[in-house]
Ligand binder design. Structure first.
Ligand code: SF4
Length: 352
């Protein structure tokens, strides 16, 4: 029998009940919170979180907080559901689709816009996969498949390989993209086997991109840096993805350091997302004005090629638009005019 890769063991050993986590950290968790939004934290990350302390950035991002009970925000803040056209497929933009490969993640981020859909151990992979393929075959305008989740790297290399093979047989699919938190959170997932898989399929697809999701330099351990080094040697585009979060990275210093870290590790700054109005995550929310002021400060500190695009997913399924260019969309205070409709993007909403 094949030896299990080390990351799967680390995944299995992760803290997934609040009592064991509380005992390890010596911090109290609120059961009221974890009953609704469970915990899932790999042990190495929990150790780093403990070392940093309960008021640290890592605790803020991953440790349950009573503020998650605030009765505001949307269950589906970016309106994905109405674009869920086939099993595991969200088709919002003509030429690209999201493929939700799994609902399992290597950590439960307390701010996540999918926090109301995550599962600790239940894969949805291969649910009606033939229907998924049929949809893709019938839509020749689709050229890119974006693997999302949960976190798509939770799938084993063998499953990813089979999936990529199936997609490779659809001639109009040219580009593949992965969005993942593994390099920062459970970096052992990035091993020679995975890089070999990327290199193998890079010969077939026009591009393979991997977007590293991280919000603060403190997320990266020594093992994360080794993982990024491995990825930098692969035949792929390495991109970054960051969510702007109140009391985590909402400072000029934190954002500048993070972008410099990405550049140092050959990751191209790609996206800075304005936070979504997610139910259970409204304590991370900040206004568009604050976000834009921080973003403009990046321009002073970094060259243009090291600055990510600052984007906002407009509530209600209106899609992603630039958040920094007042000339591109008409903003007035907290209101945005889009296609004749006026939408509030800073006022916290009651649950929808
Ligand atoms: S890993 Fe991604 S999908 Fe999973 S909880 Fe974190 S942000 Fe959400």
């Amino acid at each position: 029998m094949d030896k299990m890769p080390s990351w799967t063991l680390k995944f299995q050993e992760a803290f997934r009940d609040s009592e064991t986590l509380s005992n390890f950290l010596g911090w109290k968790t609120s059961e009221k919170v974890t009953k609704i939004y469970p915990v899932f934290i790999p042990r190495d990350l929990a150790q780093r979180m403990k070392d940093e302390g309960q008021n640290g950035v890592l605790a803020r991002e991953f440790f349950p907080d009573e503020a998650e009970l605030i009765d505001q925000g949307y269950l589906d803040p970016i309106g994905d559901k109405k674009f869920n056209v086939a099993p595991q497929i969200i088709h919002r933009y003509p030429n690209r689709v999201l493929f939700t490969a799994t609902s399992v993640c290597p950590v439960h981020c307390r701010y996540c816009f999918r926090k109301n859909e995550l599962s600790p151990n239940d894969e949805i992979f291969e649910t009606d996969f033939e229907k998924t393929l049929n949809y893709l075959r019938e839509h020749s305008e689709i050229s890119e498949i974006i693997f999302t989740g949960g976190d798509p790297l939770t799938l084993t290399d063998a499953k990813l390989d089979r999936t990529l093979e199936a997609f490779s047989k659809i001639s109009h699919i040219k580009d593949i993209r992965f969005h993942t938190r593994y390099p920062a959170i459970l970096p052992e997932r990035i091993d020679e086997g995975f890089v070999g898989l990327l290199n193998k399929w890079s010969r077939h697809f026009r591009t393979i991109s991997l977007a590293v999701h991280a919000n603060h330099v403190k997320e990266f351990s020594c093992a994360s840096k080794s993982a990024l080094k491995l990825l930098a040697g692969a035949r792929i585009q390495l991109l970054s993805q960051t969510v702007l979060l109140k009391n985590v990275n909402d400072s000029e210093k934190a954002l500048t350091e993070l972008m410099e870290f990405f550049v140092d590790h050959k990751v191209r700054p790609y996206y800075l997302h304005h936070p979504d109005q997610v139910r259970g995550g409204m304590h991370f929310y900040l206004s568009l004005e604050e976000g834009r002021s921080l973003y403009h400060s990046l321009r002073k500190n970094l060259p243009g090629w090291a600055i990510p695009q600052y984007v906002i997913d407009v509530p209600g399924g209106h899609g992603k638009i630039p958040a920094a260019n007042p000339e591109a969309h008409s903003y007035s205070g907290n209101l945005l005019s889009l296609s004749g409709e006026t939408i509030s993007i800073s006022e916290p909403h009651a649950q929808v």
